[in-house]
Design a protein around this ligand. Structure first.
Ligand SMILES: C[S@@+](CC[C@H](N)C(=O)[O-])C[C@H]1O[C@@H](n2cnc3c(N)ncnc32)[C@H](O)[C@@H]1O
Length: 269
């Protein structure tokens, strides 16, 4: 069940107490210090960010509503037949700009060959992932035909030939996709907000992750269940470094690194 405001504030206060201050002081791992100072916290202007945020603004201004056409009866709180405004999807459902920029910088730095995104919606996070890594392939899965159509149109308008958008449920499409790919190099999970499903998706991708893979999980504090699932995943013995930035968790699978969890501040947190 989604956390109420009081619980979220309480969990934020714990995060503030446990996290290291901004600036990188106290990060003793050279890999994480470098990653934090040069990639995570490094904010620089980029014309792609303006272009993507221009698309968000366009949706925010428009008064159009779409009828959800979820393949499953209900997905992530949305129901087949429900009317939803595009402005709402751009404002409340899509990743906020600071998280989009972080995704862009991560893929731009690591240049993953194969990226999987669970939860395309109107395509805002997909644009950050695809434009940040033009030489890699982005596979993005969405179970609502209506939003899938809107995102696909935008990928066409942007002439993105590195995006392969898949309309279907994660449950059916993810195992097929993972089976087809030689490696899974970057994953962004932003779908159900369901702890037990998150654990299942992680188990499906795990065999194809390699030493250089990166997994980003959004909304780890959505519910107690999501936070428990994040803890279970971050303690998986193959995840050598986990970074908790409050809203999201980021995992690395490098060898030769002492297993450690970092709690770091980024963006508004
Ligand atoms: C939070 S939104 C994704 C937002 C998107 N990443 C962005 O930043 O623009 C989650 C999306 O996942 C889809 N979804 C949720 N559960 C799903 C499932 N089991 N299979 C397929 N799609 C699902 C929903 O329809 C919704 O569009």
């Amino acid at each position: 069940m989604k956390r109420g405001v009081l619980k979220l504030v309480a969990s934020y206060l714990v995060f503030r107490k446990e996290s290291l201050p901004k600036g990188g002081h106290g990060i003793h791992s050279p890999f994480v210090f470098d990653l934090y100072t040069n990639i995570i916290a490094r904010e620089e202007r980029n014309t792609f960010f303006e272009v993507i945020e221009g698309y968000r603004k366009e949706l925010l201004k428009c008064d159009i509503g779409i009828i959800r056409k979820s393949i499953a009866e209900s997905l992530n709180g949305g129901f087949r037949g429900e009317l939803v405004k595009l402005s709402r999807l751009a404002n409340l459902v899509a990743v906020p700009p600071h998280l989009g920029r972080l995704l862009f910088r991560l893929v731009n730095h690591f240049n993953p060959a194969n990226t999987i995104e669970l939860g395309t919606s109107v395509g805002i996070s997909s644009l950050y992932l695809a434009l940040g890594n033009p030489n890699g392939k982005l596979y993005t899965i969405e179970g609502d035909e209506a939003v899938y159509g809107i995102a696909s149109k935008r990928f066409e308008l942007f002439h993105l030939n590195n995006v392969h958008a898949i309309c279907g449920t994660f449950e059916t499409e993810l195992p097929k996709l993972v089976k087809e790919l030689d490696s899974v190099d970057f994953v962004f999970i932003d779908g159900d907000h369901n702890g037990s499903k998150l654990l299942q998706y992680f188990d499906i991708i795990l065999p194809k992750l390699n030493e250089n893979s990166v997994v980003v999980i959004d909304d780890i504090r959505w519910s107690d269940e999501m936070e428990d699932a994040w803890r279970a995943i971050s303690t998986n013995k193959r995840a050598s470094v986990s970074i908790d930035i409050f809203r999201c968790g980021v995992l690395f699978f490098r060898a030769g690194i002492v297993k450690q969890n970092f709690i770091l501040r980024y963006g508004p947190y």
